[in-house]
Design a protein around this ligand. Structure first.
Ligand SMILES: Cc1ncc(C[n+]2csc(CCOP(=O)(O)OP(=O)(O)O)c2C)c(N)n1
Length: 294
């Protein structure tokens, strides 16, 4: 993995996203660690380089937007917002609590940093397409980034939106595929195979950039290529590892979700991620070592 010269802190940002994702899933007693961990490096880059740190305002057509279409991975989104200072560092510990802003899938009514509610696979991508169309229609300059999962590619709605985006030449729309090769219970190829995936997107009229989704320099170059591409939307096909960073989760579909993490699993995960309690003040103190919060 290489880091990005323009953003030297990405490795640390991603490490903290992973730590805080695990901590919040432990405290919630349920959640989706596998796909949160695979997405962490991509989110670290987007929230460091592309997404502004101000609270989103609907009428602002100049700001970039991010939509997590694979909404079940929201612990990583909440962690990214917390690490980048957009929400309080302790907010993610409210994950999945009744009435909290940290719903188990991103909820636009609960948290203003969420652009649209997601979780029903396929729908976030269509919403992102609508936003990109709307911004262009009104002469705005903002770009729309949307992250999809590979299991999500099995939704027909994804391909309808992909055709539409290419038809309208939405070159400010960038889709990022967190291609960890697994969905809920198994490998994609044992459920419904997706390959040759890059060729399919090209045939649908998209520009495709294929990268290692854990290599920050490659992520940065792919986003730059998307920005240079005119007349068509771009898919960044990012090869990732489900459960990346936690040895006993890597490439095990069992850790997709909704799992309850034991204290033992949580402590082992945090050791793998190189966490000292002081790395995450207010998150682990009295939480991981003191049991679940109320
Ligand atoms: C329309 C719809 N069908 C089924 C589900 C249940 N579901 C939640 S996550 C998931 C698997 C998603 O796999 P993938 O997109 O690859 O996510 P990742 O591996 O990155 O976590 C499924 C089937 C859902 N959320 N929405």
């Amino acid at each position: 993995m290489t880091t990005s010269p323009s953003h030297p802190d990405l490795r640390e940002t991603a490490r903290l996203i992973r730590c805080h994702s695990i901590a919040s899933i432990y405290v919630a007693t349920s959640g989706h660690p596998g796909g949160a961990l695979s997405a962490a490096d991509l989110l670290a880059y987007l929230y460091s380089a592309e997404i502004g740190d101000e609270e989103p305002r609907d009428g602002d057509l100049t700001r970039n937007r991010f939509i997590l279409s694979k909404g079940h991975a929201c612990p990583a989104l909440y962690a990214a917002l917390a690490v980048k200072g957009q929400i309080s560092p302790t907010d993610p510990l409210q994950l999945r609590k009744l009435g909290s802003t940290m719903q188990g899938h991103p909820h636009v009514g609960a948290l203003p940093h969420v652009e649209t509610s997601t979780g029903s696979l396929g729908q976030g991508f269509s919403a992102a397409l609508g936003m990109a169309l709307g911004i262009r229609h009104q002469g705005g300059s903002g770009r729309v980034y949307v992250m999809l999962g590979d299991g999500e590619m099995q939704e027909g709605e994804v391909w309808e939106a992909a055709q539409c985006a290419a038809h309208y030449k939405l070159d400010k729309l960038t889709a990022i595929l967190d291609y960890n090769k697994m969905q809920s219970d198994d490998l994609n190829e044992n459920i419904i195979g997706l390959e040759p995936l890059a060729d399919k997107w090209r045939a649908f009229g998209w520009h495709v950039v294929e990268i290692d989704g854990h290599d920050f320099a490659a992520i940065e170059a792919a986003v730059a290529e998307a920005k240079r591409t005119t007349g068509k939307p771009t898919l960044i096909l990012a090869h990732t590892l489900k459960g990346k960073g936690v040895s006993f989760m890597e490439n095990y579909p069992t850790w997709h979700g909704s799992v309850t993490m034991s204290l033992d699993d949580t402590e082992k995960s945090l050791i793998d991620l190189g966490v000292a309690q002081s790395d995450v003040p207010g998150w682990l103190d009295g939480t991981i070592h003191g049991g679940h919060t109320q």
